[in-house]
Design a binder for this molecule. Structure first.
Ligand code: UDP
Ligand code: MG
Length: 333
């Protein structure tokens, strides 16, 4: 058992008590049908429900389950990063806890890896059970990002993928805080291949990506992979300057030759407000970049772990009594 497994399956978990047992069951079924040795690496991202209890129990019953408990909620991308840092496999699969990515696809990923590919990314063909808004916004986002960046980030892919040890090690050297993993992996290069699959609806529970987090994520992706917004601010400056020049010419002409004293309160207001808006917008764009620069300069670790229980080492769990008591909520009177 102390030997490193061939395959690591990294699962970020945030408040997933409703899906964990089923996830474990389906994943184990798939993995046991394969010949590779494996570990299931659960990363608890500061869950506030009973996920941690469930994970500790899984770990105690199955030593192939490893557990990284983060000190608080660091967010999906950092939870996956923590998983990659701790994974010991020659190949690592990243998969969501909610069973939207079917574990049944993993053997095909492993087969492609055996053929020599370093990255096998899942590409969604269909997204069942997601709102029209999510589908449309996601489709638009991936296409927008493609135009904005020089890195060839494949469309309609999430983080569900297999990556080889070389890629995991290379990822370990990318220390940025605002992470867009799928973009970073695309940036690395190596031999990449798509594997089409159908994205299922969430098995249970609710999405952990409300609109606010989705927008953050989109901003992170754009800013980390593109200078275009900064350039857009410059371009906007030129356009406005040109327009102003034309108008100034007209104003002078009207005063000197047409004898018109400019009477326009309206035009004045429009110009002032418009310029103010353009300036604030540009400042905001600079701020987006500057804030991230500041974050990087602080040089903090990407995440902090509370404890790690992995392989044969169970010391971290000592003293944590198995919370096997009564699981059901007390019956209401
Ligand atoms: N997740 C996480 N930390 C967070 C938010 C989400 O570890 O702060 C995990 C979550 O448990 C799930 C995965 O990231 O395994 C994807 O989240 P979710 O399914 O809610 O996102 P969606 O599929 O709706 O985009
Ligand atoms: Mg999901």
């Amino acid at each position: 058992m102390s030997e490193a497994p061939l395959l690591s399956v990294v699962i970020p978990v945030y408040n997933e008590q409703a899906v964990l047992p089923e996830m474990y069951r389906r994943l184990t079924e798939v993995l046991e049908g394969m010949e590779e040795s494996y570990e299931i690496l659960l990363v608890n991202d500061g869950s506030r429900d009973r996920s941690l209890e469930i994970m500790i129990r899984l770990r105690k019953h199955d030593p192939r389950v490893s557990l990284v408990n983060l000190a608080r909620n660091f967010g999906h991308q950092l939870a996956v990063t923590a998983g990659l840092d701790h994974a010991r496999g020659r190949a690592v699969v990243i998969i969501d806890a909610d069973l939207q990515d079917p574990p049944e696809v993993i053997p095909q990923m492993v087969a492609l890896w055996r053929e020599g590919y370093d990255v096998v990314y899942g590409q969604r063909q269909a997204r069942a059970g997601e709102s029209l808004f999510k589908k449309v916004s996601a489709a638009a986002f991936y296409r927008f990002l493609r135009r904005m960046t020089s890195v060839d980030i494949p469309v309609d892919t999430g983080d569900f993928r297999l990556i080889s040890r070389r890629v995991v090690d290379a990822m370990g050297r990318l220390g940025e805080h605002h992470r867009f993993l799928r973009g970073m992996i695309a940036w690395l290069g190596f031999r990449q291949v798509a594997l089409k699959y159908e994205r299922a609806p969430r098995f249970a529970g609710q999405t952990k990506y409300p609109l606010r987090k989705m927008l953050r994520f989109a901003a992170d992706a754009t800013v980390s992979f593109s200078f275009l917004p900064l350039r857009a601010a410059t371009a906007l400056g030129f356009v406005v300057a040109a327009a102003c020049l034309v108008y100034a010419g007209y104003a002078v002409w009207a005063r000197l030759f047409a004898g018109v004293t400019v009477s326009g309160w309206t035009s004045l207001m429009v110009a002032v407000l418009f310029l103010g808006a353009v300036q604030l917008l540009s400042l905001g764009i600079i701020g987006e970049y500057l804030g991230r620069v500041y974050e990087e300069v602080k040089g903090r670790p990407l995440y902090v772990t509370d404890f790690v229980a992995q392989g044969p080492d169970d010391r971290a769990l000592e003293g944590r009594d198995e919370p096997d008591r009564d699981e059901r909520p007390p019956a209401s009177p």
